[in-house]
Write a protein that binds this ligand. Structure first.
Ligand SMILES: [Zn+2]
Length: 463
């Protein structure tokens, strides 16, 4: 470790109780955007924590939806870092699968368990503690920092673009640090240079009749079969989408982007650990699977319902069937255009009998180029904080409204965080390792103090 990294790390360990306290405070209240539970009080709790570490804060509500919590440290410096997080969490259900109550943080075996521990209150806490740490150790935070903490990320950020339109004057920055990330099973920091976009649809096949005795199935149309036929025309067995024009706008990866995948090494064992020994869609080489996972669009069937699926047997010809699908988008694909292509396909295959209902028009994808200097800065500071080179992904496989940063503000945006492969985000017993949390504080502190020197001359003198 370098001298500054050492000094900051020692101080983090001395202040461990304070930093765990800040984390526990954020984890101790519910803030479930999907149901509204706790959402009246949650923004005020977040403001309290922001002010405790010395940030000026403000609640914005004029975009509609749950408030955006804004925190700022404006010192009129020659560099501004925008930090994006969210204070809403996923519902904790099923509650009986939790070992300890989801909104009573519990520490066991070096991990802290609570809903939001990783996604996303832990990330927010680490970043706030990094500000506290720099104030304490060097007496200042040598740049302007802006925290944008939204309350609707887990329900698709439906009002965030309105917030960006309403408040573009306060959003100016040189770069943005996004909410997610963590470490790989081998302990290397994971950095993501983008996120996919998303579009969410329901397909509904319904006949103008009720359910019938199944003997009629010999001559009367079955909407479940109709729907299954349609779904089988939407992608092949290897996952390639068969809808005409679907890939037309896909931005093909350039050589710098593909070179990042080379650095990630053999990914196959990790993929098999997740999907099962023979659970992969194809036997493509590891690198091609990574291309599909991070750089290509896909269609996924989330659920399908029809007819009788209760106990025992019931012979019935269903009157309706429906399915929900999500479409993950990559840069240059527009959700509206993709919806149109899918509508045309469904119309043609089903002779207009299956309806397409967009449940969430989602948002487009975002990506920051690997040669963007901010990527080099974050790679250097992550190496210093974790003592090992980071794994840099050109994009996360998942989605987030990052396009507002890259397309609307037109600044680079990179994600780094405090999770790991055991974090169970969106699931029972969500957790983070305390070591990862403290390392995360160190990383953000190093990123923050080196930000302005790096922007000016490409140096990272404080490592
Ligand atoms: Zn989430």
């Amino acid at each position: 470790m370098g001298r500054i990294t050492d000094e900051l790390w020692n101080r983090i360990r001395e202040k461990r109780d304070r930093y765990l306290g800040i984390l526990e405070e954020l984890l101790s209240f519910p803030s479930i955007a999907a149901t509204g539970e706790g959402m009246d009080e949650a923004p005020d709790h977040v403001v309290e924590v922001l002010e405790r570490v010395g940030l000026r804060s403000h609640l914005f509500t004029d975009h509609g939806g749950y408030p955006v919590v804004w925190g700022e440290l404006r010192e009129e410096r020659h560099g501004t870092l925008l930090i994006y997080n969210h204070y809403d969490v996923q519902p904790p259900d099923p509650l009986e699968k939790w070992t300890s109550p989801p909104f009573k943080p519990s520490i066991r075996n070096g991990r802290i368990y609570a809903r939001g521990a990783c996604d996303n209150k832990g990330n927010l806490a680490a970043r706030l503690c990094a500000i506290d740490l720099l104030m304490d150790v060097i007496g200042e935070v040598p740049l302007n920092v802006k925290f944008l903490i939204e309350g609707e990320e887990e329900i698709g950020s439906p009002h965030l673009s309105k917030f960006f339109q309403n408040h573009s004057e306060i959003l100016g920055a040189d770069a943005c640090l996004w909410e997610m990330g963590g470490t790989s099973p081998s302990g290397r920091p994971l950095i993501y240079l983008g996120a996919k976009g998303i579009l969410y649809l329901e397909l509904v096949a319904s006949e103008k009749r009720t359910d019938l005795h199944s003997s009629w199935g010999a001559i009367i149309r079955n909407p479940a079969f109709e729907l299954i036929h349609l779904l089988s025309t939407m992608r092949d067995r290897k996952g390639r989408v068969l809808i005409e024009g679907f890939y037309d706008d896909v931005q093909m990866p350039d050589k710098d982007t593909l070179a990042l995948l080379d650095e990630l090494g053999d990914f196959e064992s990790e993929l098999k650990a997740i999907g099962g020994e023979d659970g992969l869609l194809s036997n493509k080489p590891s690198k091609d699977l990574l291309v599909d996972l991070t750089l290509m669009p896909c269609i996924n069937l989330c659920g399908i319902v029809s007819g009788y699926i209760g106990q025992g047997s019931k012979t019935v010809l269903p009157g309706s069937a429906s399915a929900k699908i999500d479409v993950r988008l990559v840069p240059r694909m527009r959700p509206e255009k993709v919806l149109e292509l899918i509508q045309k396909h469904v119309e043609r295959v089903s002779n207009g009998r299956i309806a397409v209902r967009p449940l969430d028009m989602g948002y487009p994808a975002a990506r920051t180029h690997p040669r963007e200097p901010f990527v080099e800065l974050i790679a250097r500071t992550a190496s210093a904080a974790y003592g090992v080179k980071p794994l840099i992904y050109p994009s996360a496989a998942g989605s987030g409204p990052m396009y507002l940063i890259t397309d609307f503000l037109k600044i680079p945006c990179v994600a780094a965080g405090i999770g790991d492969h055991l974090s169970n985000i969106h699931a029972p017993d969500e957790s983070i390792s305390l070591e990862n949390y403290l390392r995360g504080i160190l990383h953000i502190a190093l990123l923050t103090i080196n930000f302005v020197p790096f922007l000016r001359g490409g140096d990272t003198p404080y490592l």
